[in-house]
Design a protein around this ligand. Structure first.
Ligand code: HEM
Length: 410
């Protein structure tokens, strides 16, 4: 009983305690009792051990992803027709769908995002990274989080989608607004404004979709506009626009976090940095350990479809469940000496990209982008080091705990 109260207090700290470093709390939560805890603050179960997290996210028959209206993305004013229009589009993202809708929409992406298929974007990615990095000079100090870490992913996805270059800056602002609608802390006028701006983006993407349907190009918008799903039908306009916004929402902040943690880990581990400078072919393996050690998404969520027993706890149909990816990735039952950043380990079984039918569709892209960006940074700024103030992790976002600021001297 005392243990369960401890666990509830730790979750409370994680949610509202402004904790600077959540990892020691994840370690404690995972080792208390069965590692499965009820949280009143979240009104949900919290699951922390590797096997349990993997089993839960992988059991789509028992744990549903139909959670759009259970969390921040669905918060809106139902009396406002424009907000209803926004919700009608954004609730169709396939990350929030179960089969058969999930299977149908995901089938569009099956070929476009494989490791093999995304190789064709490598040259574009290199050009974008070169262009962004050329704005900075060695010795310059900057906070990379609003700077190069955020600039590169949005420019990469914009060029893949086929958004004209003169609109990239605008797309970044729009997608940041859309990102705000996913944050439960954003309420009132700021939410209204974020929804309004997101609708401008959706309307713009809708125009591009119509153009590409009439005149297809070699880009992702054309692919989404013209590819038939596995039922032989194309996506409707609302469905297609929704998936375009999902690519922006799921890919930008996460990849920016990966760049932030990659630079942080190399600053903290100069021996590893030297090794990568000597042998850049090691970069992909090191990125896997970076993804395990400091995942961009700390939590995933599902809703129980039926009663289930997990870790000895009785979960009831309809209850929300959070799976703590960041705790599972450091479970000593799966990874030896898990709190050590160790580039010689096989980190590939990490759960950073989830598991099962919702496994991140953009994982091959994120991995390649991490590799391209890190090798370009090491080439251009081989002596990069910590800036004059310490980095600060996000404390107010339980899902995405990447760096809020990461000062670096290039
Ligand atoms: C390091 C970067 C990234 C991380 C850590 C990450 C993480 C994740 C996770 C954990 C999920 C699964 C959610 C669940 O199980 O419910 C997911 C799904 C998804 N991700 Fe990523 N992601 C990254 C980059 C990207 C990129 C670059 C894109 C595309 C441009 C992308 C597109 C998606 C999409 C479309 C889904 C939904 C898949 C589905 O529900 O079937 N992600 N991602």
């Amino acid at each position: 009983m005392i243990e369960q109260e401890d666990a509830a207090a730790i979750v409370r700290d994680l949610v509202i305690g402004n904790v600077a470093d959540p990892f020691p709390l994840y370690d404690r939560l995972r080792e208390i009792g069965t590692g499965v805890h009820w949280s009143d603050v979240l009104g949900a179960w919290v699951v922390t051990r590797y096997d349990d997290v993997k089993a839960m996210v992988g059991s789509h028959e028992a744990f549903s992803s139909d959670t759009f209206f259970d969390g921040a993305p669905g918060i809106h004013n139902p009396d406002d027709p424009e907000q209803r229009r926004f919700i009608s589009i954004s609730s169709r993202q396939f990350i929030f769908q179960d089969p058969p809708t999930h299977t149908r929409i995901r089938s569009i992406f099956r070929h476009a995002f494989t490791k093999q298929a995304i190789k064709r974007w490598r040259a574009t990615m290199e050009d974008v990274a070169d262009e962004v990095l050329s704005r900075y000079r060695p010795g310059q100090e900057l906070d990379i989080m609003p700077g190069l870490a955020a600039d590169i992913p949005v420019a990469v996805i914009a060029s893949m989608l086929g958004v004209p270059r003169e609109r990239w800056g605008q797309l970044r602002e729009w997608s940041e607004s859309f990102g705000r609608t996913l944050d439960p802390g954003v309420q009132g006028p700021l939410r209204d404004q974020s929804i309004g701006t997101s609708l401008e983006m959706m309307d713009y993407l809708g125009d591009l979709l119509h153009q590409r349907r009439a005149d297809p190009q070699d880009d992702l918008i054309s692919l989404i506009a013209t590819t038939a799903a596995d039922d032989g039908e194309r996506l409707t306009d609302e469905e297609a626009i929704s998936q375009l916004t999902l690519l922006l929402a799921a890919g930008n902040d996460t990849t920016a976090s990966l760049i932030g943690s990659a630079m942080t880990l190399l600053i903290d581990h100069p021996d590893v940095k030297q090794e990568l400078k000597d042998d850049p072919s090691r970069i992909p393996v090191v990125i896997e350990e970076m993804l395990r050690f400091d995942p961009p998404f700390h939590l995933n969520f599902r809703k129980a479809r039926r009663d289930a027993v997990f870790g000895g706890e009785q979960i009831k149909a309809g209850q929300m469940c959070f799976q703590v990816i960041a705790a599972a990735n450091r479970d000593p039952r799966q990874f030896g000496d898990p709190n050590t950043f160790d580039i010689t380990r096989d980190a590939s079984k990490h759960l950073t990209f989830s598991h099962g039918i919702h496994f991140c569709v953009g994982a091959p892209l994120a991995r390649m982008e991490g590799e391209v960006v890190l090798s370009k940074i090491l080439e251009r700024f081989p002596d990069f080091s910590a800036g004059s103030t310490p980095p600060v992790r996000r404390a107010n976002n339980i899902l995405a705990r990447g760096w809020h600021s990461r000062p670096v001297t290039l």
